[in-house]
Design a protein around this ligand. Structure first.
Ligand code: ATR
Length: 279
């Protein structure tokens, strides 16, 4: 029987993960099925159980199930526990083991593909939800100098800072104070605001050497990327690179080999370019 893998989300119909994993499998000659399974929040545990019963060996988990996925795991990696969420599940001895490859995916994209040095950077994290929690530990581990967490709801920023447990490097500020924080070397948009009209940000956050990264891609990243361009940020990336790299990390966990991500990244980027230039 062909090994079975899947991504669970809600909605999940637009997920690029099936296409990415199929490309990795072809590249490395690994036969497998990779499906997209839509499960409403109340049905996720049952759907995952049914998948395991039918021989499912591994699952990616996306919005809105990442926290619940961690809770359903018998064991979890340190980075999944620190993120409070799992995006990669592996079936071992009849139980789910949880991991989180989002942060490693982001850092790999920035340091390996883009050849950027993150060490010592003054970093602004916009947002304190699941996406921010997923990547913050990896950024700290990559050696950034300071992490300033600013969220519309201040309590969530404080909760993230507490969970990160590095009071010397991690600070929080109110959203209303964004104009008074000076310029950052790196600005990460981890809000979901781009899915509902975008956010307004002061240009004073950006210096001319700044790196701006949106964890979203496609339409959801358009407004932040436009702001970063208008603000004069030197480097501007949406989340396609992170998406491909987190998939490669998951693939390596399941199959023991890390694929070459360049061809898949190139094909997804070309597609995004053609969509953006299409009339
Ligand atoms: P995700 O897993 O994508 O991070 P989430 O956990 O729902 O999803 O978090 C969404 C994040 O986007 C939160 O930080 C949210 O701020 P609140 O905690 O105040 O809700 C942020 N967000 C969503 N819409 C926003 C907007 N219009 N302006 C600023 N922040 C916004």
């Amino acid at each position: 029987m062909t090994a079975r893998y899947a991504v669970f989300g809600h909605p999940v119909v637009h997920s690029l993960s099936p296409r990415i994993h199929a490309a990795f499998g072809t590249q490395l000659g690994i036969a497998m099925q990779y499906a997209a399974i839509d499960a409403a929040p109340g049905d996720f545990a049952n759907a995952l159980g049914a998948f395991a019963a039918s021989g499912g060996l591994g699952a990616n988990v996306t919005l809105p199930h990442k926290e619940r996925a961690l809770a359903l795991c018998t064991e979890a990696s340190d980075r999944a526990r620190r993120a409070g969420a799992a995006n990669t599940l592996s079936r071992l001895n009849g139980q789910w083991h949880g991991d989180n490859t989002d942060g490693a995916g982001l850092v790999h994209d920035l340091t390996e593909r883009r050849r950027l040095d993150l060490r010592g950077r003054r970093v602004l994290m916009l947002g304190a939800g699941g996406a921010a929690r997923g990547v913050s530990p990896a950024l700290l581990d990559a050696g950034i100098g300071e992490l300033w967490v600013v969220n519309r709801t201040a309590e969530r920023a404080d909760a993230l800072a507490d969970a990160l447990g590095e009071p010397g490097r991690v600070h929080t500020r109110y959203w209303a104070d964004l104009g008074n924080l000076g310029a950052f070397d790196m600005i990460v948009n981890a809000t979901s605001a781009g899915r509902s009209g975008g956010i307004e940000l002061p240009f004073s956050l950006a210096g001319n050497r700044s790196l701006a990264v949106d964890l979203s891609y496609g339409e959801a990243a358009v407004s932040f990327m436009a702001w970063a361009s208008a603000a004069g940020c030197e480097h501007r990336f949406d989340g396609i690179g992170m998406l491909v790299e987190q998939a490669a990390e998951s693939f390596a966990l399941w199959h023991g080999k890390r694929p070459d991500t360049d061809p898949v990244f190139a094909s997804l980027s070309a597609r995004a370019d053609s969509l953006q230039t299409a009339d």
